[in-house]
Design a binder for this molecule. Sequence first.
Ligand code: 5AD
Ligand code: SF4
Length: 436
Amino acid sequence: MTHSFFIVTYGCQMNEHDSENIAGRLAAAGFTPADSPENADVVLVNTCVVRKSAEERAFGQLTHLKRLKKNRETIIGCCGCLASLRGQDLLKIIPHIDFVLTTQDIDDVAVIVREAFNTRQAGQFEERAFIPDNRASLRKNTFRAWISIMKGCDNFCSYCIVPFTRGREISRPAKEILSEAASLVNDGVREIVLLGQNVNSYGLKPGGEICFAELLAAVAAIPGDFQVRYMTSQPLDFTPSIAEAVAASSKISRHFHLPMQSGSDRILSLMNRRYTVEGYEAIVSQIRDTVPGASVTTDIITGFPGETESDFSETIATVERIRFNGLFVFIYSDRSGTAAQKLPDKVPDQVKKARLQQLLSLQESITAEKHAELAGSITRVLAERMTGRAPGQIFGHDTHNRVVLFQGSKEQLGRFAQVRIKSAGHWALKGELVEA
Ligand code: 5AD
Ligand code: SF4
């Protein structure tokens, strides 16, 4: 008898990618995808724990799924970062879940699920250091594919739980990545996203053959009509050669997402980021000099323990100087086991929130000015989907990873289009197709 499965995914693109890998392995083992949790024999929740709110959502979802046990004996599993963090303890914390699948165990998902059917309460496999082969994945999207190039993080920023959930850094051999990329391009994939918690340190650890800039250039050199993106970069290991590789190839996205986290040296040091504001600004200048018109976006945390008004005003001043193309702001969230959790002078919630709002409204006006400067320019957009909001309206991202909306037809989906920017809204640019 064939069993069906449904995966609920939370969190970052690494999790989305892991879900595709899990789906691919289950499909290869004879399981079929279901259209809803209600219709599935197995439901897997792929979880995120980067902030407390994400962890609470994961627990909420897993708790809520108990309802599925009423009508049919649905098998429920927890995967992703919560699974890696809490391991088998989860089976005690949430008694109605049947198995725990850590991010290391993805290759064994079919065995673990089968075992769960037999014993209800499957075991956890030993921790292993490898990255699953993506070729076995069931991709949701035919024109975009993720390739994990490294996993884990050794930076131990003091607020971050990732080094505890994703483990130590390990890079995949370049040969494997390149052959996977070539076969994806051959299958008609238009966008390859190279994934890792810390892509800049690709190949830097013992055993590495080539560095990230070289890998990027090698992927871009594969013949075909496609573009390459990557995430996430860290300022610590960013080298000028990365911007040079981008400048040298029109196939690499002109977007640099470089989390700054704070504009105060004192806070950066408490965060264990190991760069200064001056060092960070030098990287941004090098990027902008090497890749004219590059889009630079960042992440900032507000209300890190001990962050004073004066620290925060340095962050504001830095954002005003750098004028990012986009900004993600997060309220500091205490994660147990991290060094920051033990720091004194926790910032009250309403202060954290007010600082977040202040940064968001500052960035809103910067983004509006930056968008206005783009009117009349032509940009290359990968047409992703119809918006469904207005007839014939297409949603896509351009080479700078900006959202662009334009009028077109279904035939354009999954292809690149030249679009002239006409106007800008809050979060998206609006444009019109340039006739070939
Ligand atoms: N609290 C708030 N934000 C966090 N991030 C990571 N850990 C925490 C935390 N404990 C943010 C960082 C990172 C982004 C993905 O999430 O800004 O760059
Ligand atoms: Fe977390 Fe820092 Fe590693 Fe990013 S670089 S995953 S913020 S420890």
